[in-house]
Design a protein around this ligand. Structure first.
Ligand SMILES: Nc1ncnc2c1ncn2[C@@H]1O[C@H](COP(=O)(O)OP(=O)(O)OP(=O)(O)O)[C@@H](O)[C@H]1O
Ligand SMILES: [Mg+2]
Length: 267
């Protein structure tokens, strides 16, 4: 029998915020399994970024976050960073380094904690190139990060996280600046990383249709608390959109089975 919590990320009774005011209160999720992709959705200011930052080890968090049965809360930041890769919503700008240099820098700053990589012994530069090629931006390798478009910078930032092959991938709105093709590429890549490398992927998204298309399960955060958790078909409903987003909306299924959301009224 597997030891308790093996291959799972278990978030339980987590509270965190800024100063004395908690934003996330006693938040728990069902276990997130290796190989799965979970979308975290919810209105502006619901606490999605706060939660992700807390899971990544930024900000004071109480409660329990266990990976493979091991408690992460209270562990040193570097140890958490090696196991959980975090891409923030707001990206740093104005760095005069090339894209490749920033990816190599990310690899050196936080080497992978495990050996589940395809080429663990490869030189950092080779691994960085591979990461850029993997997400389809090899041609940006020698461009200066400060001279990229918003979407290009978002892709470069993603490369800095995936190159480390973390066990848990925490991505805060990684597709918000991307065109339709790159949105699909990033989501497919996230699914592939989950399935092929056994990563646990948690992605914040505002595009609920995109979340429904690619996520195995969706967690809905509302005012710092979990509103619902389940498969896209079960949780994305008109009733949820009314209760959480305060819109009158229809959820339609297209012929290929994907969900479409049509907002009829917002006040
Ligand atoms: N650095 C901060 N100091 C104080 N309060 C903050 C800080 N960052 C966020 N907050 C507050 O915490 C709450 C949750 O913010 P958070 O950024 O987690 O929301 P979010 O769900 O990520 O929203 P969005 O979809 O707009 O990114 C908001 O009320 C916000 O004003
Ligand atoms: Mg946010």
């Amino acid at each position: 029998m597997e030891p308790a919590g093996k291959n799972e990320l278990i978030i339980s009774d987590v509270t965190l915020g800024y100063g004395r005011v908690p934003v996330i209160r006693h938040f728990s999720l069902p276990p997130l399994r290796r190989g799965s992709l979970t979308a975290l959705i919810g209105p502006n200011a619901a606490g999605k970024s706060t939660l992700l930052r807390g899971l990544a080890g930024l900000g004071d968090i109480t409660g329990s976050v266990r990976l493979d049965g091991q408690e992460l809360v209270g562990r040193p930041r570097a140890e958490r960073a090696a196991r959980l890769g975090y891409m923030p919503q707001t990206l740093p700008s104005g760095i005069g380094l090339s894209v490749l240099e920033t990816v190599v820098g990310a690899l050196r700053a936080s080497p992978p904690a495990n050996t589940r990589t395809e080429s663990p012994s490869a030189a950092p530069i080779q691994r960085a190139y591979e990461a850029l090629a993997e997400i389809g931006i090899a041609e940006l390798a020698n461009r200066s990060l400060s001279a990229l478009s918003g979407g290009q910078r978002q892709m470069a930032s993603l490369a800095q996280v995936v190159v480390r092959r973390p066990e848990v991938l925490l991505l805060d709105e990684p597709t918000s600046a991307l065109d339709l093709r790159y949105q699909a590429l990033v989501m497919k890549q996230a699914v592939r990383l989950a399935r092929q490398h056994g990563m646990i992927v948690l992605i914040v998204l505002h595009d609920i249709a995109l979340a429904a298309q690619y996520a195995d399960q969706i967690a809905i955060l509302h005012q710092g608390a979990l509103h619902d958790f389940g498969t896209p078909a079960n949780v994305v409903t008109s009733a949820m959109l009314a209760a959480v987003y305060e819109v009158e909306a229809r959820v339609e299924h297209c012929t290929k089975g994907t969900l479409q959301i049509i907002v009829d009224q917002a006040e």
